[in-house]
Design a protein around this ligand. Sequence first.
Ligand SMILES: [Zn+2]
Length: 181
Amino acid sequence: MTDIILARGDAYRCFYCHYEFKNVEECWLEHLNDDRTDNNPDNLVFTCRKCNSKKQHDESMKVQAREKLRVNQLMNYVRDWKELQKLQTHSTEQIDINESNCNTTVQWLEERLPLGTSNTVLLKEAVDTITFECKDKTGHGSQQSIRNYIDYLTSSAPKAPFEIFKGEDGKRYIRRKQHDN
Ligand SMILES: [Zn+2]
């Protein structure tokens, strides 16, 4: 289970206070939705013992937990996209780049369009900035591939978290899907 959580990109630290574990005894697995029978990896994070017991009575930690669970589930949704990419390419290097660029796109949008806000970003600004960040990280990233990721994340599928809309200035923006709130 630890391997699955690390593979997801979680650090070997307490999810809440970021304490870096010195040994395996310090690392607890916590159920994000407080359901101890739900052992789906999406529902599990590393915590220190202190935060693990504190969370039971801490509303802001519970909010953090719900948000993390949602992002984990979103990553799962994005995994379908990655599987598709794997079928379309034969180079393992290319797969790594696609994974990294796809994660960068998700994280960029998640940061700027937090759940429960009505934040918007210009589509063009998103494509330009994410393309730049991807090139910076992996040395690769075309505007077209970033557009493909954004199209996927803003599709009409119920699980797609964002949508594109036309602003009063005629420009296209991205926001969180209205019914998602
Ligand atoms: Zn902690």
